[in-house]
Design a protein around this ligand. Structure first.
Ligand code: GCU
Length: 333
């Protein structure tokens, strides 16, 4: 854990002890909720969280405020999950891949090919009729999921040359998020997966520790990975999801009415996020092309076929099977 994360953890623990002695006061007056984000201020998630913050403030008549901490100020996503769990941190945006490590049922939404579009994904993820059992499944670990933002279509990029088919990835070390689904996915795509946190990827690409990574065009752009890995293969292998998680005790300390307002504000922020996402992806594509990124198409069916065994192998629990089926039912355009 970094020094800042440790200090925040200690402060948070003190705050939690105080909160335990004054929870009824908290319920009346609310407080400031901190949210950790591992993106820059020019990322759509920052803009959508700023909107969420204003809406929460307005809708709760100032009883609750939200402060957004971009650039992983409080820790990377693995640390953020632990900090929210312990109550040292109120909220964080974390990738679904992180939550898989607490409950493997989350793997279902990280599977390649489960969503055919961002709109399909958002129809499912922000529909409590479908997702409530999953989102509440971490409450015994003190984490509640409030909803999700899209991570858009993820693409593969490398330092040395274009990737067109799985065989081109043979022997190439590809960074993945710290998750079983991502490890399996890159193996199926023909590469050697190398897990590491988001903030380490640029230097790892630059120094040759890894040969490539995979992410959406916005992260590829805002994290400047294109500078060191200029070959981008349009694999669109998965549409990832980021979740807003909140410490369950903090959520329960809110009045039922304010809890509802928080939830509604997030739904509105997620809609705005999707809108900004599409705009910014178009802009990023243009700017990346202007900066000399080499885009190429891939032999799509080879990758899709490679994922079939992964889907079969992953869907092992009744909840995953149900979520998969309900998601596919929503797949109409
Ligand atoms: C995306 C996603 C992040 C995630 C990152 C990664 O940018 O929005 O939540 O951390 O991918 O690859 O680690």
């Amino acid at each position: 854990m970094g020094q800042i994360a440790k200090a925040v953890w200690a402060l948070g623990l003190a705050g939690l002890l105080l909160a335990a002695c004054s929870s009824s006061q908290d319920e009346q007056h609310g407080h400031t909720l901190q949210v950790n984000l591992n993106q820059t201020q020019d990322h759509p998630s920052y803009a959508a969280l700023e909107y969420f913050s204003q809406k929460v403030d307005r809708d709760t008549d100032g009883r609750w405020q939200v402060d957004v901490y971009p650039n992983s100020t409080i820790g990377d996503q693995q640390e953020a999950v632990q900090l929210v769990r312990s109550g040292a941190q109120d909220m964080a945006i974390v990738s679904g891949t992180q939550l898989e490590n607490l409950n493997k049922d989350f793997r279902v939404f990280d599977l390649p090919g489960i969503f055919h579009s961002i709109d399909h994904q958002m129809r499912v993820i922000n529909n409590p009729d479908i997702t409530a059992p999953l989102f509440q499944s971490l409450e015994k670990r003190h984490i509640t999921v409030l909803g999700g933002f899209t991570q858009g279509r993820r693409q593969l990029y490398t330092t040395r040359g274009p990737i067109k088919r799985p065989a081109d990835l043979d022997g190439q070390k590809i960074r993945v998020q710290e998750s079983q689904t991502q490890l399996d996915m890159i193996q199926r795509m023909g590469g050697s997966p190398n897990p590491m946190s988001y903030g380490e990827v640029y230097t790892a690409l630059q120094s040759g520790v890894i040969d490539g990574a995979e992410n959406n065009l916005i992260s590829y752009h805002t994290q400047k990975h294109y500078e060191v890995a200029p070959y981008l293969a349009r694999t669109s292998h998965a549409i990832g999801v980021d979740y807003l998680i909140i410490n369950t005790q903090v959520l329960k300390a809110m009045s039922a009415a304010d809890r509802q307002k928080l939830q509604t504000a997030f739904q509105a922020a997620a809609r705005r996020h999707t809108h900004i996402w599409k705009e910014q992806t178009r802009k990023a594509r243009k700017e990346l092309a202007a900066k000399g990124v080499h885009f190429n198409d891939v032999a799509q069916p080879c990758f899709e076929q490679a994922f079939q065994p992964l889907i079969k192998k992953t869907l092992t629990t009744p909840l995953m099977k149900k979520l998969y089926q309900r998601t596919r039912e929503q797949a109409n355009p």
